[in-house]
Design a protein around this ligand. Structure first.
Ligand SMILES: [Zn+2]
Length: 209
């Protein structure tokens, strides 16, 4: 009886997981249609900046949970990407000629097409000078937007990494982090031994009886 309940719970879970997968974009198809995934999506340059901020000595000691400045700017860029995609979807609903591949000046310039046509209230302001939005794939089909510096939205990145069989370099960054931690402990240990030796020599010794 219990087994039966367990079995139905598991099959319900599998069914839900399957349904969830079915509604997500088909990344394998995206790659088959559009060719190799750009490096800026698989391993965006911002990752290195975030890793080096997180492995700095201070954040090793006080914990790297806090959000770094680079991560905050990356979030602002992802917000821009969502706004851009929304504007393009609206444009494609209104117009017979579809907007398929992104031209960044259409979004970022005062006279950009999507700005003058009122699909954006104001030109997009980039959180970092290196920000430049592009598209991968057909934006009226299964296309996504990404940034040269920040890459694409985390869910899309995860899907495209899996579909292209890419192994992220995150492991290396983590190993570096724990090495820094070890170095801190070693330095503290050496210092405390040194202090003990100094104290031993400086303090007056108890008279021999
Ligand atoms: Zn960006």
């Amino acid at each position: 009886m219990r087994f039966k309940t367990l079995f139905s719970v598991i099959s319900l879970f599998l069914l839900l997981a399957g349904a969830g997968m079915a509604y997500g974009p088909d990344y394998k198809e995206m790659i088959a249609k559009n060719g190799p995934v750009p490096d800026a999506i698989l391993e965006p340059p911002v990752d290195e900046a975030v890793a080096s901020e997180k492995s700095s000595l201070l954040s090793s000691i006080f914990g790297s949970r806090s959000i770094s400045r680079s991560e905050a700017r990356a979030k602002a860029c992802y917000a821009n990407q969502r706004v851009a995609l929304g504007a393009i979807e609206m444009y494609n609903m209104d117009n017979a000629t579809m907007y398929k591949s992104l031209v960044f000046s259409d979004l970022a310039d005062e006279r950009g097409m999507l700005v003058t046509a009122k699909y954006l209230k104001s030109p997009l302001r980039t959180p970092e000078p290196a920000c430049h939005l592009r598209s991968y794939g057909d934006l009226c089909d299964v296309g996504i937007i990404y940034c040269d510096y920040h890459g694409c939205l985390p869910d899309d990145q995860k899907g495209l990494r899996t579909a292209s069989g890419y192994t992220p370099k995150v492991r290396a960054a983590k190993a570096g982090n724990s090495n820094t931690m070890l170095a801190v402990f070693v330095i503290l240990g050496v210092l405390s031994v040194g202090v003990m030796i100094v104290l031993n020599n400086v303090l007056p010794k108890a008279p021999k009886s």
